[in-house]
Write a protein that binds this ligand. Structure first.
Ligand SMILES: Cc1cc2nc3c(=O)[nH]c(=O)nc-3n(C[C@H](O)[C@H](O)[C@H](O)COP(=O)(O)OP(=O)(O)OC[C@H]3O[C@@H](n4cnc5c(N)ncnc54)[C@H](O)[C@@H]3O)c2cc1C
Length: 429
């Protein structure tokens, strides 16, 4: 049998990569550092470009089990008045919906599909990738286990899908240092609550230095009418003062941020009350990494956050992780399992993703709230007195085009991986 593609990391990108390899008939193994995969994290949004790919993978029917279709996106000023609201997904004209889901449940859904389709030995847990070396016809990967032992594994390629603290990226860029913190800290949690607005809106309240995000990640319970709602409180500090290391799973206290939101109580949304009813709160200093010139090193390529971790301000992280896996799969079909496919993947995505990382540093689509702050301190009665509708429309259209989810382009694009396409002679496991 041909050597498998080795995938470092069983997160969203790694699992999507494994399912894609299976679809195109290429053997693969996922090497995941944790001993047991668990549904960690809180809410994330999957844009139509990613939903399209999940649909092509035959997984879209699982989405109602892990989230809710998102139909509205709204920006709200500090005084609770609307700045902007727009339909999302199919209501906005996309051929595919947008979904708001639980990040950990998405990962587990993909994991189950990998197990069912590729077999239970496709994902090897307690396999932390700590290094690799290119060989004439592939790659040797060093894997460490919790008991202190290590293993060498041979692969045709190594795909570095090992996230924010990627070891594969660190080998390629030993001097990159810690992730870059720009001063914002997010406190993330979930709470049960009654539907607000359209019942599945992404609602962002505030300005650039302090804001609150609310979106449901489940349909209302038929008996109680309550939904699981994803809540994010965000404050900005002086980056020069530094913060604790970035970690998606660090637990925090309400007292760290609730006092700053005590008076954010509007007739339609009681933010302090909602935050008080939340289950565990997780703190995340909003970090990214400076863009790099290459994601490819011979038979190794980075995808997902390992390649282009960015501020979670435009719902791009998980969506792009899925899209990366699919684009790489298409290149494997076109060029075969080798460095040429990796280069072609990079040629297509490196430049636009690097631009998106930098664009998201500028607050992404939320930049509109910065303009409102500048012009009226976020307090207004009628938003058209502050910012003309056309100005917001132009801003949003530019962002969507840059993030790869311009409506016409996405609707008109052929399938990323043609139906039934496989890699000749790859020898599927
Ligand atoms: C525990 C956790 C919770 C998160 N919660 C949220 C959230 O609430 N909201 C949000 O917007 N984003 C969250 N994220 C980030 C989000 O999942 C990513 O931004 C996005 O999905 C891109 O996915 P990815 O697969 O590139 O990275 P990730 O989803 O981060 O997956 C990386 C995977 O690689 C594994 N790994 C790391 N190092 C190694 C190594 N050396 N060898 C082998 N495996 C390794 C990790 O255990 C993880 O499973 C979270 C990530 C994690 C890991």
């Amino acid at each position: 049998m041909n050597k498998p593609i080795l995938i470092a990391g069983g997160g969203i990108a790694g699992m999507a990569m494994a399912l894609t390899c299976h679809e195109i008939g290429v053997p693969c193994r996922v090497l995941e550092s944790v001993r047991t995969l668990a549904p960690l994290g809180v809410g994330i949004n999957l844009q139509p470009n990613a939903i399209r790919e999940l649909d092509d993978l035959g997984l879209a029917h699982h989405l109602p089990e892990i989230g809710i279709e998102a139909t509205e996106w709204a920006l709200v000023g500090r005084n609770g008045n609307d700045v902007w609201s727009e339909p999302r997904g199919t209501l906005a004209g996309y051929n595919w919906p947008q979904w708001a889901v639980h990040r950990g449940e998405l990962q587990m859904m993909l994991y189950r599909a990998v197990n069912e389709r590729l077999g239970a030995d496709a994902v090897l847990t307690d396999h932390r990738v700590v290094g690799y070396e290119n060989t004439p016809d592939g790659v040797r990967v060093k894997v460490q286990h919790r008991d202190g032992s290590s293993t060498m594994m041979d692969g045709a390629l190594l795909i570095g899908a090992d996230g924010l603290h990627s070891a594969t990226r660190a080998q390629l860029y030993p001097d990159q240092g810690a992730p870059v913190w720009g001063g914002a800290v997010l406190w993330r949690c979930t709470a049960l609550g009654e539907p607000i607005r359209s019942g599945s809106a992404f609602t962002l309240v505030g300005g650039l230095d302090q804001r609150f995000v609310h979106y449901p990640i489940s349909a209302p319970d038929p008996e109680t009418g309550l939904q699981v709602q994803n809540l994010i409180a965000e404050l900005t500090f002086d980056p020069a003062d530094g913060w604790r290391d970035s970690d998606w799973n660090r637990k925090a206290d309400l007292d760290d941020f609730l006092p700053q939101f005590e008076d954010w109580n509007f007739d339609w949304l009681d933010i302090p009350e909602m935050l008080r009813s939340a289950s565990a709160v997780y703190e995340y200093p909003m970090v990214d990494r400076d863009p790099v010139d290459s994601w490819v090193d011979g038979h190794m390529a980075l995808i997902g956050d390992a390649a282009h971790v960015m501020y979670p301000v435009g719902s791009n992280g998980a969506s792009q992780a899925v899209v990366d896996a699919r684009v790489l799969g298409a290149k494997l079909v076109e060029f075969g399992v080798g460095p040429e496919a990796l280069s072609a993947f990079q040629d297509q995505l490196l430049e636009p993703m690097n631009a998106l990382v930098l664009r998201n540093r500028g607050a992404g689509p939320v930049g509109i709230l910065g303009l409102v702050d500048e012009r009226c301190g976020g307090v207004f009665d009628d938003i058209s007195d502050v910012i003309p509708r056309q100005e917001v429309e132009d801003f949003m259209a530019k962002y969507k085009a840059a993030a790869g989810f311009a409506i016409d382009e996405l609707n008109g694009a052929p399938r990323t991986i043609p139906l039934g396409a496989t890699v000749e002679g790859a020898g599927a496991a």
